[in-house]
Structure formats: C-alpha cells, structure tokens
Design a protein around this ligand. Structure first.
Ligand SMILES: [Zn+2]
Length: 302
C-alpha cells in the first residue's frame, strides 16, 4: 500500500464511512458509539473529514473510525490498521496493490431492512434523479412511483422486494460525475437477484411476463405497459428463483418473453434462460437498438 492509496482511504467521505459502519448520521451528527450516548454528541466535519465526540473526546478520520468499530476479525494477520484499510478498500472499490484477497470470506451480515425502510416510505427524488428518469429515460411517473425509486446523495436507490412485498435488498446506481465511483453498489447483505418480484402477484393466467437484463430495461418495459421482471446482468438465476419462475409457468401458464440485448452476452443470456424456461419467446430488437430502453425511447418519440 503506498502513500496515494492511503490518502485515498483517508479521503473517503467520513459520514459515508460512518454509515457503512452502522452509525445513523443525521445533520452531521450521530450517537457516539464510544460512550453511552443519548444526545448525538458525535459530530462530523465534512471539510476536515473527521469525527469528534464532544462528550468523551473520541476523534479521528475514516481509518480510525473503521479501526475502532469493525468487529475484530481475530485473524492471524492481527493488524487492526491493515484490517481497517482492507475493509475500507473493499467497501469502496479502492484497489490496493498490497491487497491479497483472503481465502476465507468474512461473514456477511444479513440485510437490515428496517434500517433502510424509511427511505422508501415517502420516496424523494433529487433534481438529477428526476432528470435521469423522466427526461433521459422518459419513464412513466406511475412506474417510478410504483418502483419506489428514490435519491440518496448522488445515488439512485432501487429497492428490491420479494413476492410478499418485503424489502430484501437495495441497489444503488451512481449518478454523479466522479469517475472514481463504481456504477453500482449494494448495501451489505442485499439480496438482489430478481427485480420487481411483486409484479408476479398481478399476473393473470396466460399473460406474458417480460424478462429484462437489469432494472433500466425493466422500467422501460413497465412504462410501455408490459409486466416485467429483471434479472441481474450476465448472472445465472439462483435455483430457487428458477424454480419460482417454473412454478408460475405451471400454475398460470405464464408466457415468458425477452428482448435480448443486441450483442453476444445478450444472446447467451437468452439461451441460458431458455434452458430453465423452455417457452421463453425471443423478440428481436430492430437494428440500431442495443437494448430495450433504446427501442422504448425510439417508439415514444414517434
Ligand atoms: Zn463519545
């Protein structure tokens, strides 16, 4: 790990790090985790990128906070400092030259639905998010509401629900201009396999269900009046998800359909899916359209 890499970890936004570590930051303050606090004594300086508790004096930067709050790995490496650096790097997609992936994966905490549910009760969208969804993508407002999309800083938050409507994961899509940020992020434990599972409850017998690759195409599909789910790109379905779809086919004689992306991975995905869902219908995108979102935009302009 060199000076620059270390500086990048020190520059990770302190409040974001605090939240990833389980603190609930609101207006640059939170309950201090280092003493029995009831009044949000800990405050964050966004400018200095530090935290400080006015009651117990705890203070430091992102690496200190991670060192203090990460559960001890009890690993043989034995260095809380290096553990904290690795964790920060992993969580934020910073590549460390020194870093070697550990054989043993550390335990992934289950998804904390309660912590995130508040975002989706009264979804709020930033002007940038509105621009992206309504101008660039031309999505139907009812679809955006139905999908409970909302903004979190520079991120669009996409909630994943199971068929019973319980929040099981969140996908965050970066909408800012920082080239260092990854395009997608998933809060810890998020289960993001099939998107828009609640739509299965609305399917009528014999109705067509479109399968798209990724959420954006799914929103476009919904906006054009189809029922649709999305599966994560280039990832095979988990056995339990495949089973769920097969059951639909048996119970409701659901017809599955897909517009594969106009490229080799798109075709491959179609063929893989067709093995699970033999009645999967192949729709063709017209030349010049690389995915369904483009076709949707083209059709809406006519
Ligand atoms: Zn304190």
């Amino acid at each position: 790990m060199d000076k620059f890499e270390l500086q990048r970890l020190r520059d990770l936004p302190i409040e974001g790090v605090a939240e990833r570590l389980g603190l609930q930051v609101s207006r640059h303050k939170c309950l201090c985790p280092f003493h029995d606090d009831h009044h949000a004594s800990m405050s964050f300086s966004v400018r200095r990128n530090t935290y400080r508790c006015f009651a117990c004096g705890a203070h430091g930067g992102p690496i200190d906070l991670a060192m203090e709050l990460l559960p001890s790995r009890g690993g043989r490496e034995g260095s809380p400092f290096l553990d904290a650096c690795r964790w920060l790097a992993d969580e934020n997609c910073v590549i460390l030259t020194e870093y070697k992936p550990k054989e043993k994966k550390h335990e992934v905490k289950p998804f904390d639905a309660q912590r995130y549910a508040r975002y989706f009760e009264y979804p709020w969208l930033s002007p940038d998010a509105c621009k992206f969804l309504f101008e660039k993508r031309q999505l139907h407002p009812a679809v955006v509401r139905y999908c409970r999309l909302n903004s979190f800083r520079d991120w669009l938050q996409i909630p994943y629900y199971n068929q019973q409507g319980e929040l099981i994961g969140i996908q965050r899509r970066y909408m800012g201009n920082d080239p260092e940020q990854p395009r997608f992020r998933f809060p810890q434990g998020s289960e993001c396999s099939i998107y828009n599972l609640p739509v299965l409850n609305l399917l009528k017998p014999g109705e067509t269900l479109f399968i798209t690759e990724g959420c954006s195409d799914c929103w476009a599909m919904l906006s054009s009046g189809h029922k649709a789910i999305a599966i994560p790109s280039a990832t095979l379905l988990k056995p339990k998800d495949a089973e769920l779809l097969e059951t639909l086919n048996l119970k409701l004689s659901t017809q599955f359909a897909m517009y594969p992306d106009n490229d080799a991975p798109g075709e491959r995905l179609f063929l893989q899916l067709q093995e699970v869902l033999p009645n999967l219908e192949h729709h063709h995108l017209p030349p010049g359209c690389k995915d369904y979102s483009e076709l949707y935009l083209k059709e809406i302009k006519q």
